[in-house]
Design a protein around this ligand. Structure first.
Ligand SMILES: [Zn+2]
Length: 412
């Protein structure tokens, strides 16, 4: 069982019961009865003499503290039974006494945290019924305390309703349910510009996806990448061209049913992070040459390219018929001097410069009997080549530079 990724501060309290197989089905929201930061709340729960804790704390700045792992029972609610099946949250007040008001940001962060807890624990809805039949509970039902304070307690129906809107939102437009290609949390965490403008309003964020996001090819969830989907299927490209939103709709209506692949390339790809590896990497050649890759990557060409970039180059693997890195290295002394044993650099050199310089990587150009010649005024390169029974191209390869009178060139 995981903890929330919203946590910004961790101080594990000794006041807890380590559990096996704790299943979280409930949430109990408390208040700190004070204007505490998540660090101060952590200090309160640190001494064993305190005999109290909670799984999480939320402070007035919207910071989230972790004090007891979700898998363990916190000592929060004066009831072993409820704490054994609940994730407990302490929320900081911004008013001491009275209604024990909490700040808006603390309230919104509590909602964010509840959504996250529900999603990771498979809690499909958060229900506040005013009694123990729901799964959002209050400390005051278990002992004589006014926790979580009148203000926060009055917000329980609102919290539950906001959480549920985000757990099962209505993503249907014109009869098409976009929930297979869109997830609010994913969209705001991967599109900071959208988060900045609409972050706290799920309906407006979804509106952005519908109006702009799809046209711009943005990813709405982990599964569907419209650019990959487009690359993978020629029939769709013929049908929809550059009308990007249509690919999303196709996936929802038919693609899922047809088990079409939208999260990785099943067609060969050679470009990663703006670098085109095609001069040294032919996906089909690479896949055919190495059985271990066929077994490991099946039809996943993204993983195959990742393998080449991370491991293949380091392991001197050949991924293209006319590029053998060991041959390339042994052919060029200047590269050996620059790159030494750093093999991937030879591949990158060929991509950036070597191919343009007509350098050779598919056969040995170094010979046993090296011969040199000094160019004289009036010499023709063709004559020199004929004299040494070679070609101008071969001499170019051996010397790797332009020619000038007086220059000593290698001819064999
Ligand atoms: Zn409490």
């Amino acid at each position: 069982m995981s903890n929330s990724s919203l946590v910004t501060y961790t101080r594990i309290s000794p006041n807890k019961t380590v559990m096996n197989n704790k299943k979280n089905t409930h949430i109990v929201i408390h208040h700190m009865a004070g204007k505490l930061t998540v660090e101060q709340c952590g200090s309160v729960f640190a001494p064993t003499t305190r005999q109290a804790s909670s799984n999480y704390g939320v402070d007035g700045y919207g910071h989230v503290g972790l004090y007891v792992d979700e898998k363990d029972r916190s000592w929060a609610t004066s009831s072993r039974e409820i704490d054994s099946k609940a994730v407990t949250i302490e929320v900081a007040d911004d008013e001491v006494g009275g209604n024990w008001h909490v700040s808006d940001i603390a309230l919104q962060t509590t909602i964010d945290l509840c959504v996250d807890i529900c999603k990771r624990n498979g809690i499909t809805s958060l229900n506040f019924t005013g009694d123990k039949t729901g799964n959002l509970h209050a400390h005051r039902w278990y002992s004589s305390t006014d926790c979580p304070g009148d203000y926060l307690y009055s917000k329980f129906p609102y919290i539950a309703s906001e959480v549920n809107k985000r757990l099962s939102p209505n993503y249907t437009v014109d009869g098409i349910n976009y929930s297979k290609v869109y997830d609010y949390e994913y969209y705001i965490s991967n599109n900071p510009d959208v988060k900045q403008i609409y972050g706290t309003d799920p309906a407006k964020v979804f509106g952005h996806f519908i109006e702009y996001g799809m046209k711009e090819g943005r990813k709405g969830n982990d599964v569907f990448d419209v650019n990959i989907y487009k690359d993978n299927y020629e029939d769709l490209r013929k049908a929809y061209g550059n009308d990007t939103p249509k690919y999303y709709v196709h996936y929802i209506k038919w693609g899922i049913g047809e088990k079409r692949v939208s999260s990785y390339h099943i067609v060969p790809v050679t470009v990663r992070d703006g670098i085109d590896y095609s001069l040294v990497y032919d996906p089909k050649y690479y896949w055919n040459k190495y059985e271990d890759l066929q077994n490991a990557f099946g039809d996943n060409y993204d993983k195959l390219l990742t393998h080449f970039i991370k491991w293949g180059m380091v392991e001197h693997r050949q991924a293209k018929a006319d590029f053998n890195v060991d041959v390339y290295k042994s052919n060029y002394h200047d590269l050996q001097e620059t790159y030494g044993g750093d093999i991937p650099k030879y591949y990158m050199h060929y991509i950036k410069w070597g191919a343009k310089e007509h350098r050779v990587a598919d056969r040995e150009v170094r010979k046993a009997n090296v011969e040199y010649y000094i160019i004289k005024d009036g010499d023709s390169m063709l004559d020199i080549a004929e004299k040494y029974e070679t070609t101008v191209d071969e001499i170019l390869i051996l010397n790797n530079k332009a020619f000038a009178v007086g220059q000593k060139i290698r001819v064999k």
